[in-house]
Design a protein around this ligand. Structure first.
Ligand code: GLC
Length: 576
């Protein structure tokens, strides 16, 4: 009798165990894990007043479109007052709106309208550096004793030349710029008009927290911390080994007391609001990334790791590398911490041109395939505006067409240093950030319906065929397919929290993986090649249900294999 009671107790225990498995951090539900973030580049999205530059009223006018995509969060690139050396990433007033984009009243209207529609707003916080036109810098450069002097990094010239620091956007690649007023150099990791702020100064940090309170009290839902892994510095400025700029993240990332500042920011600001936080950059190792985002660290919610998005060069990439990168980051964060998933942004060329195939007849299928990948991995997807239409690289041939400070200053560097200017232009046609910044293609009218004026950057001439209006009318469009994907993710926690396992790892054409959650198992199989390709599976798929397929042809299911057409993407629910 006793034995039977014991057996029943044991069975009951096992049952409860199965129903309520021990909670691991990565499986704890959070709204920001379930978010599908749609990134809007405001300058290029929609112009409401005919000045050729997108604006907040333009975004308001398209909120129904954004809502219809099935995304639930918008990340806006910087909309603060700025002289626009780097399109808003050089802020001259953090609590005002850039004139080109509208007014604070427009912002309030945007936020209210978004919240009424159930859309959350994440704002860019650009505080590794400010604009050189910010009041802080204007004061700082006046004298060595100015109260704002220590808001920036200065090196007195009587100490000789400062140790070399590489600048990402400088025409000489030199991050120290001499300023004669005080006979000193200031530090700028980005352009000379983006001096780095000195996080080591408590007063500066307090200014930033006040800015964050200002926006959080307006009711925004999150902050994206621009270039934040670089914010803290070793202010003894030690010399770095020759050639260090080839892996500058190792030298610039996670320096000094960065984690201390983040914990302070969490305590002073983030913990007081229901806001999410995401860092651009995740350091150099898994450990760096965990130290930023593990919940018990009380720093940030998630980070962008760059390894996957950095794989594609102007010469392409290897699919097996992409598979390995996603798989290894997933496994390192399977239990603790959380990551962003992305392969495109305003900082890279277009998704379909870099990771897919934008030539006919493959553009549509490969664009859908890439959306499938981004929406079915574990982590919060950040999806860049226009990719739902399969927008592709414009591939400018002349330097005069470019607007991006990085591309233009890089050209000056090549010219001044005897580089091969034509080779530079050929490479930039594939890789420049301006490829992703051409105006959003709304319809086949003049300027793709983006503006009634002259657009600040050329519209991609393919807009007559590739635009939102045309895609609304075509049931097989990339746009409609994207909506199916977001619906699937919104309705299935499996796609958010489910375990990820790579299958047929060495297959160089097909990227296939399973997601598993509460006894359910799905297979996602993506043929990244122009050839019909076979993928081998360690389980049977014959009685699976096809949940989504980007092509009219059915996938050919063998018992332990699946055969896919060129750029075919399928999501299968496996029999239990
Ligand atoms: C980040 C932004 C990029 C900007 C840079 C400097 O990398 O994403 O657009 O140019 O920081 O702010």
């Amino acid at each position: 009798m006793k034995k039977i009671a014991l057996a029943i107790a044991l069975l009951l225990h096992m049952h409860t165990f199965a129903q309520n498995p021990p909670t691991i951090e990565a499986e704890q539900p959070k709204w920001w894990k379930e978010a599908i973030v749609y990134q809007i580049y405001p300058r290029s999205f929609k112009d409401s007043d005919g000045d050729g530059i997108g604006d907040l009223k333009g975004i308001i006018s398209e909120l129904d479109y954004i809502k219809s995509l099935g995304v639930n969060t918008i990340w806006l690139n910087p909309i603060y007052t700025s002289p626009n050396d780097d399109n808003g990433y050089d802020v001259s007033d953090y609590t005002n709106i850039m004139k080109d984009f509208g007014t604070m009243a427009d912002f309030d209207m945007l936020l209210k309208a978004m919240h009424q529609k159930g859309l959350k707003l994440v704002m860019d916080l650009v505080v590794n550096h400010s604009s050189d036109e910010h009041k802080w810098f204007q004061e700082s450069k006046k004298s060595r004793t100015n109260p704002y002097r220590d808001y920036y990094h200065w090196w007195p010239a009587e100490n000789g030349k400062p140790p070399y620091r590489y600048s990402l956007f400088d025409i000489n690649h030199d991050a120290w710029k001499y300023d004669s007023t005080t006979n000193s150099y200031y530090l700028h990791y980005f352009s000379a008009k983006q001096p780095d702020l000195k996080w080591e100064n408590k007063q500066l940090r307090q200014e930033v927290y006040n800015i964050m309170h200002f926006w959080a009290q307006k009711g925004i839902d999150g902050f994206r911390l621009d270039a934040f892994q670089f914010a803290a510095k070793d202010t003894t400025y030690p010399a770095f080994p020759k050639g260090y700029e080839k892996n500058f993240v190792q030298y610039y990332g996670m320096q000094g007391n960065l984690h201390g500042y983040l914990q302070e920011m969490y305590y002073e600001v983030l913990s007081k609001y229901n806001v999410m936080s995401v860092a651009e950059g995740a350091g150099n190792t898994f450990e760096d990334a965990h130290n930023l985002v593990d919940a018990d660290r009380k720093e940030l919610n998630m980070a962008y790791a760059f390894e996957a998005v950095d794989l594609a060069t102007h010469k392409g990439y290897r699919l097996t590398d992409l598979k390995n990168v996603f798989a290894k980051w997933d496994s390192a964060f399977a239990e603790k911490g959380w990551l962003s998933i992305f392969l495109a942004s305003h900082d890279c060329a277009r998704l379909v041109s870099r990771y897919g195939n934008d030539k006919e007849p493959f553009r549509k299928a490969s664009s859908k395939l890439l959306s499938t990948l981004l929406l079915t991995l574990r982590g919060t997807p950040y999806y860049y505006n226009g990719d739902e239409l399969g927008m592709k690289n414009i591939r400018f041939s002349s330097i005069d067409s470019y607007r991006d400070v990085q591309t233009i200053n890089g050209f000056v560097y090549e010219k001044n240093n005897g580089g091969n200017v034509q080779a530079y232009l050929d490479q930039k046609a594939e890789t420049s950030r301006d490829n992703a910044r051409t105006p959003f293609q709304w319809n086949a009218n003049a300027n793709a319906g983006f503006t009634t004026g002259t657009p600040w950057i050329a519209v991609n001439p393919d807009y007559k065929q590739w635009n939102r209006a045309a895609q609304e009318a075509d049931a097989t469009s990339t746009l409609h397919y994207f909506r199916k994907l977001t619906a699937l993710r919104q309705q299935n926690p499996l796609l958010v929290y489910g375990k990820f396992t790579l299958v047929d790892k060495s297959n160089s054409n097909v990227f296939a993986y399973t997601r598993e959650w509460k006894g359910e198992k799905w297979l996602i199989a993506l043929n990244f090649s122009e050839q019909v390709s076979n993928c081998l599976l360690p389980f049977a798929v014959t009685n699976s249900q096809v949940l989504l397929n980007n092509l009219p042809t059915e996938p050919r299911l063998g018992t332990h294999s699946i055969n896919l057409d060129a750029y075919q993407a399928v999501i299968l629910k496996l029999p239990r």
